[in-house]
Write a protein that binds this ligand. Structure first.
Ligand SMILES: [Zn+2]
Length: 393
């Protein structure tokens, strides 16, 4: 006979006594069935409970998950227990309660999106880091904020959350979410004024227990939207962590906390301007440097800290003065990035290969210009350059 599901009528039951009715191996763990249980199996978007089974006179057995299969509730355990053994099962209550807060908060939010915007919750996932709700159509962030305010009003009203199994006739007359064909009796969860929904999972008894309902983000998702949210202690922890973050940014930028976003925008604009100025200076430096090269010099080699645009500008400026080949190496990590350019007498693609063979360089390009990186010391690069371009001319 399948287990009596104590969580069904009392979501706040944290422990129960029971007798083991079955125990079967499952990979490296065991699956244990009991005659009664307060452990909720995964369902309705909520994960299965975790906890511990304390057998009479035996070592405690951790339960890492609970699943329903073939009409039975199976506790995934790290050790076997003999059928007939009397046990006391204890839930990981802080985990279960946090899940119930998030789950009940999701009912209120989904009920509001349904009533105010005619949208359905088409996907719900109650993860241990974040809760996601997928809605069947688009909403804006101000819509989400409106729902968040109203949902938190429902919390402050401390409304009862009731679960019942209406008769088929009552059910037929009832307007509720998740109205799809379900085998057997349908469990209806009601939060008066906010939500009526078919759901099998445990919930808090009163909305006040949820504490806080807080949305984190909104993104387009399969023709609708995906919302990330948190409730209860998880929402409070999230708000506290973000406060630390905002305080740190505010103090670093010497900006008011509510104005950090504008301050970051200003900083980004300044950074962009600085980058452009640096690029301009790089080009000017390249021009100035090229002036120092004697016209017609056959080769020129530079080791300079330049970005790739300035490297290229320097190579081009030097080649314009009639230099046959010019290389610019700039420090990068443990090695150098390079650009080498040459006049029409060179096919530098072969040179890129030679540099790879000789010094482990990577790169390529066109006959007239190659670029890449080389993980060798300046001394070795200079020696290679001398052999290749100075001694052979
Ligand atoms: Zn539910």
């Amino acid at each position: 006979m399948a287990a009596q599901r104590l969580y069904d009528t009392d979501g706040h039951l944290t422990s129960c006594t029971a007798r083991v009715t079955a125990c079967v191996p499952a990979g490296e763990s065991w699956r244990i069935a009991l005659d009664r249980t307060c452990f909720f199996p995964e369902g309705g978007g909520q994960y299965g409970d975790r906890g511990v089974l304390f057998p009479e006179g035996g070592e405690p057995v951790p339960v890492t998950d609970t699943r329903e299969e073939g009409g039975e509730v199976w506790h995934t355990a790290s050790a076997p227990l003999e059928p007939g053994t009397r046990v006391r099962g204890e839930l990981d209550w802080p985990l279960r309660f946090a899940r119930m807060q998030c789950h009940t908060g999701e009912h209120i939010a989904s009920g509001l999106f349904h009533r105010l915007y005619g949208l359905d919750n088409v996907g719900f996932h109650l993860g241990d880091d974040v809760v996601t709700i997928d809605l069947s159509g688009p909403v804006t962030w101000p819509d989400v904020q409106r729902v968040e305010r109203l949902a938190n009003e429902a919390v402050s009203q401390d409304l009862p959350v009731s679960c019942a199994y209406p008769s088929p006739e009552e059910l037929a007359r009832l307007d509720y979410r998740s109205k799809k064909s379900i085998d057997g009796p349908v469990r209806i969860v009601t939060i008066p004024g906010y939500d009526v929904c078919a759901c099998c999972a445990p919930h808090v008894s009163r909305t006040g227990e949820i504490g806080l309902i807080h949305f984190l983000s909104l993104q387009n998702w399969k023709g609708g939207v995906r919302l990330r949210m948190l409730c209860g202690s998880r929402a409070v922890e999230d708000v506290m962590a973000k406060q630390v973050s905002v305080s740190a940014i505010s103090s670093r930028l010497s900006a008011k906390q509510e104005g950090v976003s504008k301050a970051v925008e200003r900083l980004q604009a300044e950074l962009e301007e600085t980058k452009q100025r640096a690029a301009q200076l790089g080009r000017q430096a390249a021009e100035a440097l090229s002036e120092c090269i004697s016209p017609g010099k056959p080769e020129a080699l530079f080791f300079l800290e330049l970005d790739v645009k300035a490297q290229r500008a320097l190579v081009n400026a030097v080649l314009k003065r009639g230099t046959g080949v010019c290389g610019v190496f700039s420090p990068s990590g443990d090695g150098w990035t390079y650009i080498i350019g040459g006049d029409s007498s060179w096919d530098l693609r072969a040179v890129a290969k030679e540099l790879g063979t000789a010094l482990g360089g990577r790169g390529g390009g066109s006959a007239g210009m190659i670029q890449g990186s080389v993980p060798a010391s300046r001394t070795r690069i200079e020696a290679w350059w001398t052999l290749k371009f100075v001694n052979k001319r």
